[in-house]
Design a protein around this ligand. Sequence first.
Ligand code: NAD
Length: 280
Amino acid sequence: MPKIIDGKAISAQIKDEVKERVAQLKAQGVTVCLAVIQVGADPASSVYVGNKKKACAYVGIESLSYELAEETTQEELLSLIGELNKKDEVNGILVQLPLPKQIDEDAVIRAIDPKKDVDGFHPQSVGALCIGQPGFVSCTPAGIIELLKRSGVEIAGKECVVIGRSNIVGKPMALLLLRENGTVTVAHSKTKDLKEVTRRADILIVAVGKPKMITKEYVKEGAVVIDVGIHRNENNKLCGDVDYEDAAPICSAITPVPGGVGPMTIAMLMYNCVNSVSLQ
Ligand code: NAD
């Protein structure tokens, strides 16, 4: 049977490490503060924002909450971001996505000072990652690197295949694996013969956004499989992009859903917040 990579335990470990660093900074008179902006009251977004605030409270990061009305204009949101950019006591700014349709998400992402871009979505953060300079890294892919390293999975020299090329998961994931000296292939919706490509992978990262699409036919015997997907199935139970029951028996290690990649995203957000102090 495969090793089950325990994202709950690893994320708890990271949060405890962050908590210690926050306490050390506090002892030197430095507080860490994250501003969280939510526009509208989308129930899923409210859950995510609530979890982020809870994590801040756990690690000792102060969180400032801005709950704006659904009909907020782009100008109003940009003006709030401008104010927060100027405040020295605010280390990180997070705007919960998606935003209502009257607001251009790209313009909002670009408005955040790259030194406070704890989500790692700003073009400058992405560019820095691309050319190997310091900067914030998107939380989900950064969390996956931690999952691999802390589970003793060697990346250097391995065949790594990423399915998906989104700006928040697939692309930064590929860049991070490359930074760790993996041999990286990115597969996507236009890839011909996906199974042939994915069966080359020693490490297969699945961010395809399709419930249980990846069965054992896509996986090489002994591969490490990381499932980024989150879906609710017909019984309202969580499942991933990988058909876990089918694929797990031939993997050497695999992440479950829930309890794999999911908990890592918030842990890495906390990590980015505490790191923002040294970047500033
Ligand atoms: P997305 O929809 O933006 O991107 C999906 C990618 O998969 C696209 O690049 C597309 O080219 C590719 N794709 C689609 N169909 C394909 C096919 N048949 N064959 C090959 N490639 C195909 O999704 P995303 O934002 O990258 O998220 C992916 C999944 O991860 C979703 O299930 C999402 O809910 C989940 N997610 C989880 C976390 C977390 O914290 N665990 C964070 C972000 C996203």
